[in-house]
Design a protein around this ligand. Structure first.
Ligand code: KG4
Ligand code: ZN
Length: 329
């Protein structure tokens, strides 16, 4: 049996969680810095690192207390060591190293993106093989997992990540930060057919969202007065264009690879319209994490440590981006 303390600090959430056997969450604590970064309209890396440092110990204490678990019941300490902001990742990794050393527990590092995928193992009986649509603030990948090891990348974005597109369009529509949830909310009151935005024509399973973003920008520029009461229609039409292509390519990848299961992962998997769309798939079983495990959290880190973590030691380092965890098909 594994009882793992997971730590997550790759961006603006300080999180710690205790998870049993990769699926049963005993506690999951997330301290979000959204309020702190809102004034700047986005995450300020240096500020984020400082706040992680201030709250890290308290968040770990709370996770252990809520789980009712002491150091003797733990079997390992895990943390995400990349991709993410180097300064913030270092806070989590240093904390994990200190706990591992002082409590004589194994240290496990996990890839942040793979931990998003593993959020689907929480409270579920999902087992590979499956196709995963991973859509976060920094990445958009379509992956095939044949077992519990790193998957194969079938396609990825050639420019902006899906979450990044949501965030940029939210700024354009003056909806504030974080953009994804704001666009999601505004879109509920809008007409997705009000504007026909391009899906971004890219071959195979790759994606492109920068043309779509420019199309929204041009449309906003042509309005007679700023936004002219069209915010909700613009949000709904933009969201529809993103989700249309995400759904279409994921479904096609599942059918081509012959898997019977599709999973959604990453912050954009919290999007209500995307969830509805996938919820209507009948020929393939669809898994999506509950909302609290879509965006950054540490339960997914502890789960990933159980299923696909890397044994590490005090020489472990962090990485910002670019490290390919799955091979490209
Ligand atoms: O996975 P995540 O928490 O952090 C990264 O690893 O990047 O993803 C954050 C991204 C942000 O771009 C945010 O705007 C987006 O996920 N997001 C959403 C929603 N909730 C979060 N995008 C669309 N609809 C949402 N409801
Ligand atoms: Zn993330």
């Amino acid at each position: 049996m594994s009882v793992i303390l997971g730590i997550e600090t790759s961006c603006d959430e300080t999180a710690a969680a205790v998870v049993e056997d990769g699926r049963k969450v005993l506690s999951s604590c997330v301290f979000s810095q959204i309020d702190i970064h809102q004034a700047f309209g986005g995450v300020v890396p240096e500020v984020a690192a400082r706040y992680h440092l201030e709250s890290m110990n308290a968040v770990v204490d709370e996770a252990l207390e809520r789980a009712g678990v002491g150091r003797r019941q733990l079997t390992a300490i895990a943390c995400a060591n990349g991709p993410g902001l180097v300064g913030t990742l270092l806070v989590g990794l240093s904390c994990a190293k200190a706990l591992s050393w002082s409590w004589s527990l194994p240290l496990i590092t996990v890839d942040h993106l793979q931990s998003h995928v593993c959020a689907n193992y929480i409270d579920s009986d999902l087992e590979p093989p499956f196709v995963c649509l991973l859509v976060s603030g920094g990445h958009t990948q379509l992956m095939h997992f044949s077992d519990y090891s790193a998957g194969t990348i079938l396609g990825e974005t050639l420019d902006d990540a899906a979450g990044e597109a949501f965030d940029k369009v939210a700024r354009l529509l003056e909806l504030g930060y974080p953009g994804g949830p704001a666009v999601d909310r505004a879109a509920r009151d809008g007409d997705p057919k009000a504007y026909r935005f391009p899906e971004g024509v890219v071959d195979g399973y790759d994606f492109s969202f920068s043309g779509l973003k420019t199309a929204v920008l041009r449309t906003v520029g042509k309005l007679e007065e700023p936004l002219a009461g069209r915010t909700c229609d613009l949000a709904a039409s933009f969201q529809d264009a993103v989700n249309r292509v995400l759904f279409k390519k994921t479904r096609a990848a599942a059918l081509e690879t012959g898997v019977k299961q599709v999973v959604l992962a990453g912050g954009v998997a919290a999007n209500s319209n995307l969830r509805e769309r996938f919820g209507e798939l009948t020929e393939i079983e669809v898994f999506m994490p509950s909302l609290k495990y879509c965006t950054d959290n540490a339960a997914m880190v502890a789960s990933a440590a159980h299923f696909m973590g890397n044994a590490a030691d005090l020489s472990a380092t962090v990485y910002s981006r670019g490290k390919r965890t799955g091979s490209r098909r």
